[in-house]
Design a protein around this ligand. Sequence first.
Ligand code: 3EB
Length: 301
Amino acid sequence: MGIAAFGETTPFLTVGNLPFVHVPMATLEADRIYEVWTSDRPVFHERDGSIASARSDQVLFGCLQGFENGPGLHDVTRRAYTEIFDFLEGTGYNKLLRIWNYFPRITDVEDNEERYRKFNSGRHEAFFSMVRYRELIPAASALGSLTGPLTIYFLAAREAGLPVENPRQVSAYRYPSQYGTRSPFFSRAMRTNLGGSPLLLISGTSSIVGHESAHSRDPEAQTRETITNIRALLANGESLGFKPAQRGLTLKAYIRHREHYSLIRRTVVEEFGSGTKVVYLQADICRPELLVEIEGLCPSA
Ligand code: 3EB
């Protein structure tokens, strides 16, 4: 249905009329990582404005880029989200389930405001200008890319998912204003029913307890705290009727500093065993003190 290619240079590959997005990001185990979303159903492709999409009878994959030449990141983000919402309204796949956001210099300050905060206020404005979309808060990730435009890809469906929060963490959309006057608008996870079998889409998860970052400067402790958060999320999903498959977990780990890679990988393998599939990328995380962030997918047993 769609491909997100992670790597430092633009790939020459395009695959027919499949939605294809390149995320400029260093990878830690191969030159490139291709995240490929597939369906065993017939798929219909469409281009609409900046959005390339593919949909089966159940789920829609879409991607777009927003360029910051002229309007700043706040407006670019608001416009990108508004375009997504308008597009989804026209398709009927108007339940946004999961969204990935990548843009460069995420913690840089421009005109006295951190870029992640500009992104958050643009995203928040878009969600709050369309009632339907603030009623189902999607799972998300937001990471720093090496260069390039705001790059977004997403999954949406006709059928709503069930947002799952983490009892160890304040919901991001309720973070206190010290993290920005417009809070980050995402759920910790989304339980979906793609292709008829339940799947938990796990948002980017970090070493945050309550709303505060834990274990500054300690990559191993941050990794363990992040994993404790993922386990708490799975347990909370279980209490809502989702049965996590023991061996089906697939993770995508973002590591701030390349030199922490082997320590973080060793810690992840220690915690989850070698049966868990993990890909490793090098990326800036949205709080300067955070050294690792992990997102993932968990099928049901
Ligand atoms: C956090 O828990 C860490 O702004 O969309 C994780 C996942 C984070 C998604 C987002 C941010 C986002 O607040 C950062």
